[in-house]
Design a protein around this ligand. Structure first.
Ligand SMILES: O=c1ccn([C@@H]2O[C@H](COP(=O)(O)OP(=O)(O)O[C@H]3O[C@H](CO)[C@@H](O)[C@H](O)[C@H]3O)[C@@H](O)[C@H]2O)c(=O)[nH]1
Ligand SMILES: [Mn+2]
Length: 974
């Protein structure tokens, strides 16, 4: 069955049991009810068809939807009516159908113009055919005068054709998806927007934010991200936010505490005035008129007040490193005095009283102090054992307690700076987490941090969905969470493992010199994958189904022993490897807790949270719940306040040893073993047959930053390419994937693993023009008509494809070209080193570290030039190969021109061919050269070096030419 295309949907089986058992797992007193799925046009005739179909196809979607199944161990038991006898009569069935009509599909496909797509596919075929013909022609027509040149070029061309195919084939079926937030609201919340008493039945979301270094990732940026999450438009009681601090830094911790306190005015202010975006730095920095479309008379005054509040907040956060240092210095000098006194005391004691006592330390360690006068348990400014980045205890601090179920109205009236009457003041839970770090343990970089959060959050809030964001990616569109949930709650939603949002960036130079926006990837490749099995996971801005992260299989893999109506196993959750072990409804004893414990570790709270998350993530519309006597809001469970035991257990599961002998990072959670943990994690899900979706929203869902200077950018693509090589050499190579990974999806993943290797051929190819210009030969013997025609078709079809891609994706041609350029720049530098690193890892086992990308602070110091960073020049060895290529190509052109001009027997066609290719290389390298040049006007030394080099070459050239006039034919040496 194709996703989203089934015309008749299978029935859902409701299971009602009288014992209020867990998850419908036990009870000898079971009855089954069939009711009709929420298609817009159900009618009784269809019902019977569906039923009959079901008789023969027991392996359909099974969804328990009665309260007996829902029990999540919460205290709701008392107000749940006994539903043992609830059977839906035919009348009621019809009634239900009516109710189901409320729920329209929550997502739909937006067709891309069929003409463009048809043309696009035709052109792909044309190019494939002409490439094949061309390569045959090339092989059959060697250049006998320079076989080496011919051979090198043909090998490269074959590889290029292959890698182009890998990239192109998965792009055959691009689609766009759109969501319907109104339908979501109507189905899961009150259809009547004015009825605030109806509680939301939307599922819970746990938001994870990762940060790792308070210097490279300014806490102000992270704090803004947190504020944008806390103020998101989603039921507060369903939202929890976790920040993972791999730096274990007190600066980050206190910045988060500041954010939690500023949120108390920021969040209600956003709610009241519908502020967008809800990241204060961006909001107050908006260039557009803030008063447009704002009708409330108190807006101007309140905005001014909040703005002042934010400015003060900003000053406090930015001053944190300084104030913490001063505070610590003060405490430390006190400690020193104390230590000195102790020592004196000891001396006196020992000398006068002759008492044997161990000598106290004279100097106290330079601790970092919290404001309450205690030692910070994390990393200290002056690192020492048990207080350094790689060596400290687990820290969990609940900065904002979980909110209650009922709205808490704010205060208003005269004399208040902010009038929050009628505004819900509650804030989502906010938790600071810094996992334990100890030397000798592999912490598995970001993936390890995420897995610690997965476990801690399972115990503290257990949201059935998880959204993860890098610290610099904030919520730009406050309704985005709802967009994502639409895919999860849609009729086929339980097949969806994650919803990826595109990464969008701010602060990038207008011409996007180094293709930082990556629009070709985000608007072409990922959209195309959306038409197959779904976009890859790209590390940030992704909404996961918790159970998909847990390594479960999608719902069609489940076992039904007997035919309807006596279905014995009906749970859709199945453990990846041994589904039959996971849940057995008939017999509680056979529910193999042992297996889950083996995979998930020893925490019983964690183990028992698994099935609850599974159930709560199911797409169950419950507008009808009240008609069945179920209180609204009951489906997704209400939250118990955190007690000591809970937090204690959460601390327990983020310790170093917790993952020992478990499957975390292997089959459960974020997958280890690659610096691009994201691609592997998504790959594993697709491999199991899960679907993912791409959710492009207007306005952008999230926005982040990207490095705009050449050096940082090269290091970023170096990490990505290294991760790809790691994947290529691991068991996660798409070639070995199971049969559930669709073919085109597999090719796309294969491409991710292979693309860095193209760099070897790119590098070779970039040296070919100088080689041919110096030698006076060309890749073909003479420029024949067929060669030129092939070249023309291949180039034109590429241009045509580019134009069509630009058309269906909506990016600009310039962006497409920038991407091509950076492809060559990255290909000759970072990708090449990545291949070497990857091979070293495989051969010598050298570990690869995660070099963080520095994020420029919001509201940077260089006020007059937003893009000052662009001109930052930091030398890196990665620049050597492209630099050499540029110099060689320039010199070669000059050389060849001189030679041809002065030659008695000028080889014009070879000059033309060689110059054409050299110019092609140079054109691609232009942004790189610009990057080396630094800011216009300020000519850096490098230019002098260049000019010097070129001058030397030219003089050499002159001498050679002079010589060649004497003994002609020197040039024919090669
Ligand atoms: O040991 C670590 C290392 C990194 N991070 C976090 O990982 C995120 C991404 O790091 P960054 O340096 O910003 O990398 P980018 O190249 O910008 O990130 C892209 O590529 C990464 C994979 O290489 C993905 O993890 C990211 O989500 C994706 O945005 C940041 O929030 C870091 O704080 C950690 O939490 N722990
Ligand atoms: Mn980043």
């Amino acid at each position: 069955m194709m996703y989203g295309e089934s015309p008749i949907r299978l029935p859902r089986i409701s299971h009602v049991s009288n014992s209020g058992s867990d998850f419908g797992c036990s009870s000898d007193h079971t009855s089954y009810i069939v009711h009709i799925p929420p298609t817009p046009d159900n009618n009784p005739a269809q019902v019977s068809i569906v039923l009959r179909e079901f008789d023969f196809n027991p392996a359909s979607v099974l969804v328990p939807s009665a309260p007996g199944d829902i029990d999540s161990g919460s205290s709701r038991k008392d107000n749940e009516p006994d539903l043992t006898d609830v059977r839906i009569s035919e009348e009621e069935e019809e009634d239900d159908t009516l109710l189901y009509k409320i729920s329209h599909p929550l997502t739909r496909i937006v067709k891309i113009s069929p003409i463009i797509i048809a043309l696009y596919r035709i052109l792909i075929v044309v190019r494939v055919v002409s490439l094949v013909l061309f390569l045959f022609w090339r092989i059959r027509n060697p250049n006998n005068k320079a076989i080496w040149l011919w051979l090198l070029s043909v090998i490269c061309e074959i590889w290029f054709a292959f890698s182009w195919l890998l990239d192109q084939i998965p792009k055959l079926f691009p689609v766009n998806h759109a969501t319907d937030i109104e339908a979501l609201k109507a189905t899961f919340e009150s259809p009547d927007p004015n009825n605030l008493t109806v509680k939301s039945d939307l599922p819970g979301i746990d938001v994870f934010v990762s940060t790792a270094d308070a210097e490279k990732e300014p806490p102000l940026v992270t704090a803004n991200t947190i504020l944008s999450i806390l103020s998101v438009d989603y039921p507060v009681e369903k939202l929890s936010c976790y920040i993972s601090d791999d730096g274990g830094s007190l600066v980050t911790f206190e910045a988060m505490a500041e954010a939690a306190s500023f949120a108390k005015i920021w969040v209600p202010f956003c709610r009241k005035h519908r502020i967008e975006p809800r990241n204060p730095e961006s909001y107050f920095g908006l260039k557009r008129d803030p008063y447009k479309d704002k009708v409330r008379h108190d807006f101007v005054r309140e905005r001014r007040y909040v703005k002042r509040g934010y400015e003060e907040f900003k000053v406090r956060v930015n001053a944190l490193p300084h104030s913490i240092r001063r505070r610590s210095d003060a405490y430390n000098s006190k400690e020193e005095i104390k230590a000195l006194e102790k020592w004196k005391h000891w001396k006196v004691k020992v000398e006068e009283d002759q008492v044997k006592e161990p000598r106290p330390a004279l100097v106290a360690p330079k601790a970092t102090w919290m404001s309450d006068g205690t030692h910070w348990p994390g990393t200290w400014a002056v690192p020492c054992p048990h207080h350094s980045r790689g060596d400290h205890v687990s820290i969990i601090q609940v900065l904002l307690d979980p909110p209650g179920d009922e709205p808490v109205e704010g205060k208003g009236g005269e004399g208040r700076a902010l009038d929050f009457e009628g505004v819900d003041m509650r804030l989502p839970m906010l938790v600071y987490v810094s996992r334990e770090k100890r030397p000798g343990y592999d912490h598995n970089k970001k993936a390890g941090a995420m897995n610690a959060l997965v476990r801690a959050s399972a115990i503290m809030s257990n949201g059935p969905f998880i959204l993860n964001l890098d610290c610099d990616h904030y919520v730009y569109n406050s309704r985005a969470f709802r967009d994502g949930i639409c895919f999860m709650m849609d009729h086929d939603g339980d097949h969806v493992s994650y919803v990826q949002f595109p990464q969008r960036f701010e602060g990038i130079d207008p011409s996007d010199r180094y293709a930082n926006n990556n629009t070709v990837f985000f608007d072409i490749n990922l959209r195309a994958l959306d038409g197959i099995q779904g976009p890859m996971y790209v590390g940030t801005g992704c909404l996961f189904r918790r159970t998909a992260l847990y390594g479960f299989n999608p719902p069609d893999v489940f076992v039904v022993e007997d035919c309807f109506p006596r279905i014995k196993k009906r749970s859709r959750a199945t453990v990846a490897s041994e589904p039959e072990h996971y849940i057995d409804d008939e017999d509680e004893d056979r529910f193999d807790i042992g297996l889950i414990r083996k995979q998930f570790g020893s925490s019983s709270m964690l183990v028992s949270s698994v099935k609850v998350a599974e159930f709560q993530g199911r797409p169950l519309a419950t507008v009808y719940s009240s008609r069945r006597g179920r209180p609204p809001g009951s489906l997704t469970g209400s939250r118990e306040p955190l007690d000591f035991a809970t937090v204690n257990e959460a601390v327990n599961v983020i310790s170093c040893w917790y993952e020992d002998k478990t499957e975390w990072g292997f089959n459960v959670g974020w997958i280890y073993g690659s610096v691009t943990e994201d691609v592997v994690t998504g790959f594993r899900m697709h491999e199991k047959g899960w679907r993912s979706f791409y959710c492009v929203t207007e306005p952008d869902a999230f926005r982040g930053t990207a490095p705009i200077n050449l050096t940082d950018r090269l290091h970023q693509v170096l990490r990505w390419a290294t991760g790809s090589v790691e994947i290529f050499f691991s068991r996660n190579n798409a070639i070995f994937a199971g049969p559930k990974l669709k073919l085109l999806q597999r090719i796309a993943y294969l491409n991710v693993g292979i693309y860095p290797f193209t760099s070897i051929f790119i590098l070779t190819y970039c040296f070919l023009p100088p080689l041919s210009l110096f030698s006076g030969h060309f890749v073909v013997e003479t420029l024949t008509g067929s060669f030129l025609i092939y070249l023309l078709i291949i180039t034109l079809s590429l241009c045509g494809l580019a134009v069509l891609e630009v058309k269906w994706s909506g990016i600009s041609l310039e962006e497409w070209w920038r991407n091509e350029q950076f492809w060559l720049i990255g290909g000759t530098s970072a990708h090449l080193v990545a291949v070497l690193q990857g091979i070293l890892k495989v051969i010598a086992g050298i570990e690869i570290s995660f070099t963080l990308t520095a994020k420029s602070s919001t509201g940077g110091d260089d006020e007059d030039d937003e893009f000052a960073d662009l001109y930052l020049f930091k030398w890196t060895a990665l620049m050597i190969p492209p630099l050499t290529i540029i110099i060689l190509n320039i010199v070669a052109i000059l050389f060849a021109v001189c030679r041809t001009v002065f030659s008695e027997n000028p080889q014009w066609s070879n000059l033309l061919g060689g110059t054409f290719f050299a110019s092609w290389v140079l054109l691609h390298m232009y942004p790189f050269a610009k990057g080396l040049m630094g800011r216009g006007g300020r000519t850096p030394t490098i230019v002098y070096v260049w000019s010097g080099l070129i001058a030397i070459c030219l003089s050499l050239l002159y001498i050679t030419i002079k010589n060649s006039e004497i003994d002609g034919g020197w040039f024919m040496l090669a």
